[in-house]
Design a protein around this ligand. Structure first.
Ligand SMILES: *Cc1c(COP(=O)(O)O)cnc(C)c1O
Length: 393
């Protein structure tokens, strides 16, 4: 027997000591049978909650039919999912991935390829402070979060990070080698920070003026999270490239890079690839998720429950100013800035039966529940939050 100190699971996560074994709708159940109201949703992933019957049926049927055949062949599920994403967005074409980071990687490569294929290489990409784009070397080089990059030098060259929501800083960073701008429409890991409407609209104009591609990373804020299928819809703009993941599979690992025909003009045969992306299991789930997200009235309901939760959190902030400093976000992508350590608060909420996510940055707790929650779930969450604040010592 090996006498290692390291655990068999690579210890890169600071895990809570609860073992989750089952999910039912908006609830997670641990090995002791304890039920938690899940406003963490696997970090904004389980957009339709746990074990949604329509998704279970789609996945089970596909599992009994065909799992994988590779991108060597046409795949009807992939073709249908891509066509539906195209129909409901700015995009003309879609590359499917297995994760958010891969979707971002695809978009970064696409920016470089676009300019290179035109014979005018402009490989540099402007990014924002506080950004999170995933954990590959390119993605941490883009995000430049101090903890995420520590020990990983040399980083990938070609990213210029500017202050958040600061147009003058962004314009000043544009040089002859700048080829694109990569922003999260609403920063997630950075602490639920929406860009201002004026800023994002101005960035769209600046990109057009300078011939840059605008790449909006919607891995966290997209797929209905803000109450629109894409968060940029709330800003009245369209990007040239966008990455989605998290909510698109509601727990099945998948992502997508969406692009206009022009932005993707460099991406011919052999330019990019991946063994698994768009495989039949994933696209069966992705299509089933879209069935529900696109159903009449679904987004309206997200906006309504989001507004109810936000209003209730604002009330709590007024009642408990020593604990809650600020409420942020839109739709069901909400955060509270806390005057107490956010990890402690998350631990106490969990003890009370409510799951939330601490943000790496900015003392923020995120509430990113399944988009299927009802007013009753909002009330149940607020009872736990209120009790936790009352009992805080
Ligand atoms: C989570 C996230 C990613 C990375 O997604 P993975 O599936 O973990 O690779 C990228 N961008 C944003 C905005 C995210 O929130």
């Amino acid at each position: 027997m090996k006498r290692n100190k390291i655990s068999p699971v690579l210890p890169v996560y600071n895990r809570a000591d609860v073992a989750m074994v089952r999910g039912e709708g908006v609830y997670l159940i641990d090995e002791d049978g304890r039920r938690y109201l899940d406003f963490a949703a696997g970090i904004a992933v389980n957009s339709l909650g746990h074990c949604h019957p329509h998704l279970v049926e789609a996945l089970a049927a596909q599992a009994a039919t065909l799992w994988h055949c590779s991108n060597l062949y046409r795949m009807p599920g992939l073709e249908r999912l891509a066509a539906r994403l195209v129909e409901h967005s700015f995009a003309d074409t879609v590359f499917m991935t297995n994760s958010g980071a891969e979707a971002v990687e695809c978009g970064i490569k696409m920016i470089r390829k676009y300019h290179a294929a035109k014979g005018t290489p402009r490989p540099r990409v402007i990014t924002a402070q506080g950004a999170f784009h995933g954990r590959t070397l390119a993605c941490i080089s883009a995000g430049r979060n101090a903890r995420a990059i520590e020990g990983y030098a040399p980083l990938l060259d070609g990213f210029d990070q500017v202050a958040f929501n600061d147009l003058a800083a962004l314009e000043a960073a544009i040089g002859p080698e700048t080829g694109g701008i990569l922003l999260e429409t609403v920063q997630g890991e950075g602490g639920i920070r929406p860009h201002s409407r004026d800023y994002l609209r101005a960035v769209r104009n600046v990109a057009d003026t300078h011939g840059l591609l605008l790449f909006l990373d919607e891995v966290q804020c997209g797929m209905g999270r803000t109450g629109s299928l894409f968060a940029f819809e709330d800003y009245g703009i369209e990007p040239d490239i966008s990455s989605v993941a998290k909510g698109i599979g509601s727990g099945f690992p998948m992502g997508a890079c969406l692009a206009t025909e022009r932005a993707a003009s460099g991406m011919g045969q052999g330019a990019h690839g991946g063994t698994y992306g768009g495989n039949p299991l994933a696209t069966a789930v992705g299509n089933a998720v879209l069935d529900i997200l696109l159903a009449e009235g679904f987004m309206k309901n997200v906006r309504r429950t989001g507004a109810e939760l936000k209003a209730a959190l604002c009330d709590a902030a007024t009642r408990f100013p020593a604990i809650i400093a600020e409420v942020r976000g839109m739709g069901l992508m909400l955060g509270i800035k806390t005057n107490v350590p956010p990890r402690d608060m998350v631990t106490r909420l969990r003890a009370g039966g409510l799951l939330a996510v601490a943000s790496a940055a900015d003392s923020v707790i995120r509430f990113v529940p399944p988009l299927t929650i009802t007013r009753a779930h909002v009330e149940e969450a607020m009872r736990i939050i209120t009790r936790t604040c009352e009992e805080w010592t």
